[in-house]
Write a protein that binds this ligand. Structure first.
Ligand SMILES: Nc1ncnc2c1ncn2[C@@H]1O[C@H](COP(=O)(O)OP(=O)(O)O)[C@@H](O)[C@H]1O
Ligand SMILES: [Mg+2]
Length: 369
């Protein structure tokens, strides 16, 4: 049987769900088919609603969980229909669910992703691995970021230090040093503040290629104020989300600025915030990498990438496409890889990254029929 898996990713940007059909071969991954499907408007609104105001009846939460499971199933089925593969050739689906609550640092730490895996297994007939973050939390970890384990498996080399930077709604880095333990953590906001500000001021869900930010000037005093947030200097392991870096976080700082700033200057400053907190995190790691590999939707923001290149003058900035995976599919491939590890009883987490007491296979198995 071929080593075929499907990975499903719904990231914090809520731009849509990414589904990939991949084949593993030794240390290689071939993405045979991939698609992003935007959430239907009603479903997106409901998810946004509980993210902004986490008050919902148990019935509504249960129904939303299953509705998202149905939507994921439809996306998987339509990817398969457009491919040359059948459901019975796919070993398993690994899916991220969509995070609606993530509280790793509380007495009964928990994380909640919606997109019922039983529904996916029943509708697609494919064995589904879901609730992937829970075991890491149960072992005292942050449950995030999970990407560094995959980045290490796929991109690490004994010849050079590399850093993989995933710029989704939140940005995370994996420091792959040939002689040091893997470090990986969320650096802070990736695209989320840029997307929100663009939507608020221009009604556009994101700043295409950073062209709007390009028309503005970076405001150094706003940048300095934003960077006083303690998250940026906290020592890893650390992870964050939209419950922290959100429009309210930005508003609280904007209120402290005396000058009247143009909207595009704020966008330019937020772009610099993302670029410089990524560069600072890499500098602080002491890895001195010659090779920085970008992925996630932010890898398409040319202004953001230009700024990262300027702030890390010694590094070659590339994207994951140089290594065979297009930037927008890396996170979905990660969930396919985690599902494969789960079935092989191999760990999916790395304790130095998440803070868990042990490495463990991650996720529950929901067998297909
Ligand atoms: N051409 C582009 N120019 C600027 N930003 C882009 C472009 N393409 C994608 N993005 C950004 O990438 C985001 C989606 O990235 P993604 O990796 O899917 O994030 P998440 O994992 O949070 O869903 C979009 O919301 C947008 O901010
Ligand atoms: Mg996305």
């Amino acid at each position: 049987m071929r080593d075929l898996f499907i990975g499903v990713m719904s990231g914090t940007s809520l731009d849509g769900i990414d589904v990939v059909l991949v084949e593993f071969n030794e240390k290689r991954v071939q993405v045979h088919h991939a698609a992003t499907t935007p959430y239907p408007n009603g479903l997106r609104k409901k998810i946004l609603g509980i993210l902004q105001q986490p008050q919902i009846s148990l019935q509504e939460l249960g129904e939303l969980d299953v509705a998202v499971g149905h939507f994921f199933s439809e996306c998987i089925t339509s990817l398969l229909a457009s491919s040359s593969f059948n459901a019975n050739e796919v070993i398993a689906v690994g899916h991220s669910g969509h995070t609606v609550f993530h509280k790793p640092a509380s007495p009964n730490a928990f994380t909640m992703q919606i997109g019922d895996p039983s529904t996916i297994a029943a509708k697609t007939g494919i064995t589904t691995i879901g609730n992937i973050r829970n075991m890491d939390l149960a072992l005292g970890g942050q449950g995030a970021p999970l990407a560094p384990a995959f980045h290490h498996w796929y991109f690490a080399t004994p010849d050079e230090s590399r850093v993989v930077v995933n710029i989704g709604g939140i940005a995370n880095v994996s420091i792959l040093h040939p002689k040091q333990p893997l470090i990986g953590f969320d650096t802070g906001p990736g695209n989320t503040l840029l997307d929100n500000w663009s939507l608020l001021c221009r009604g556009k869900p994101f700043d295409n290629n950073g062209s709007w930010a390009k028309t503005g000037q970076i405001n150094e005093s706003l940048l300095a104020l934003l960077k006083t947030d303690k998250y940026f200097t906290a020592v890893p392991p650390k992870s964050t989300g939209l419950e922290y870096f959100n429009p309210t976080w930005l508003k609280n700082t904007l209120q402290k600025v005396q000058e009247n700033l143009a909207d595009e200057d704020i966008q330019a400053t937020l772009t610099e915030l993302t670029a410089s907190t990524i560069a600072d995190a890499i500098d602080a790691s002491g890895a001195d990498p010659k090779c920085v590999i970008l992925c996630g939707g932010g890898a398409f923001n040319t202004v953001l990438i230009e700024r990262i290149s300027v702030l890390l003058p010694d590094a070659h900035i590339k994207t994951t496409s140089t290594y065979g995976i297009e930037p927008q599919w890396v996170e979905a491939v990660l969930f396919a890889w985690l599902a494969r590890n789960r079935l092989h009883k191999k760990p999916g987490n790395i304790p130095t990254v998440t803070g868990a007491s042990h490495a463990a296979p991650l996720g529950g198995i929901y067998y297909g029929l």
